[in-house]
Design a protein around this ligand. Sequence first.
Ligand SMILES: [Zn+2]
Length: 67
Amino acid sequence: MAFCTNCGQMLADGTRFCRFCGSQQPGDQLIARLRMEAESIRYRMQQMQTQQMQGANYGQQQNQRRW
Ligand SMILES: [Zn+2]
């Protein structure tokens, strides 16, 4: 069971267009694609955070050497 993303009416699974308001519904493929995009964004964020942490560690090591 699915619900219209626009008007909230109950729709049968796999409905591509709402029969109440006519708005296009996100199909399984679209949802899967959005999930994959979200995963890739999260992966990139994690990589950036790791790089920032490595950079901070590098700076600390330099400080330790200097002192
Ligand atoms: Zn609708």
